[in-house]
Design a protein around this ligand. Sequence first.
Ligand SMILES: Nc1nc2c(ncn2[C@@H]2O[C@H](COP(=O)(O)OP(=O)(O)OP(=O)(O)O)[C@@H](O)[C@H]2O)c(=O)[nH]1
Ligand SMILES: [Mg+2]
Length: 358
Amino acid sequence: MKLAIIGLPKSGKTTIFNALTRSEHNTDKYAPPASEANIGVVQVADERITRLSEMYKPKKTIYATIEYHDYPGIFAKDGDTADNAMLSEIKSVEAFAIVLRGFADEELDSLYAAGDPLAQLNRIEEEMMLNDLIVAEKRLEKIELGYKRGVRTPAIQAEEKALREICAQLQNNNALRNLQLPPDEDKAVRGFQFFSAKPVLILVNCSEDNVSAWDSAISQLESRGYKAYAIAGKFEEELSKLDAEEAEMFMTDMGMTESIRDRLTHWSYQLMGYISFFTVGADEVRAWTLEGGSNAVAAAGKIHSDLARGFIRAECFKYDDILAHGSEKILKEKGLFRLEGKEYIVKDGDIISIRFNV
Ligand SMILES: Nc1nc2c(ncn2[C@@H]2O[C@H](COP(=O)(O)OP(=O)(O)OP(=O)(O)O)[C@@H](O)[C@H]2O)c(=O)[nH]1
Ligand SMILES: [Mg+2]
């Protein structure tokens, strides 16, 4: 999964990125905006993979990963820090973590007055929608020119219809993530990767001594349909530099049970509706990420396109069952080892082996 960390300037994006990736990128208050994104890959902690690895003793154990892209502030009022190339790069990720500044800092407030988190979010959403509207209108103009020259195919007509609905939605100040298009129209405009169509999770970055003061702001955001969380970015960055034992002491003090890495992983999976399935064997124990509700062929395709193309059956058992009974042999005896067809909907925690023929 690829997730971009975005927000207005100096909201603490790089501080949070450092906490997530245990890195030390520059977070100087006066640093000019970075010219490119910081990119870091974080392993998705999953105890199930650890246990399976102990059981199968494979040569390789591969956890799922999340790739975080930390961008400089975008949509700043006084001239944008991101150019078009960067904006289109930002759009290539699956989802956004939008960081809103909730911590007080007089200097930053005067240099980069941004208003309260809700005002910041409104501004970002407005800019996203404006950007999308410009893209959609430009494309519509081109389509109309094409019509005049006699270029009119069913695919272009589906695209035109979709773009008209998109423009109407945006003109009504509604983000495209709230617009449901029929599958053919959706497909016709997917390539545009509209900003406001991306799933977002909101991180209100506040100081560690008043995280709960943000409860009502968070509920307000939730009531508007956002997944929103208050986090203490700077505190998390400091925690990430400590060894495990020390970090746990501080976390216990704060009533925290998980690192920001693990929390953001859960939030992202929830946001995207992703599940994990596993493959096991003497060579490799591995976790795979899959859109919830996908069938066995889609799961096969995550592993390799040949497996989807030549799919015959999925041999399947549950992580909980192998943990309880200890061996595949016992699962077979107990009838817990299943053969599933193409239409089988894969569940979180399924262990799968694909039989295929190409
Ligand atoms: N008090 C407080 N300060 C923070 C927090 N997070 C970030 N800061 C400070 O805010 C300033 C900017 O932090 P960065 O993490 O560089 O912010 P950014 O959003 O990456 O900035 P740009 O990429 O330049 O837009 C630094 O001085 C940080 O120390 C926080 O949670 N609390
Ligand atoms: Mg930064």
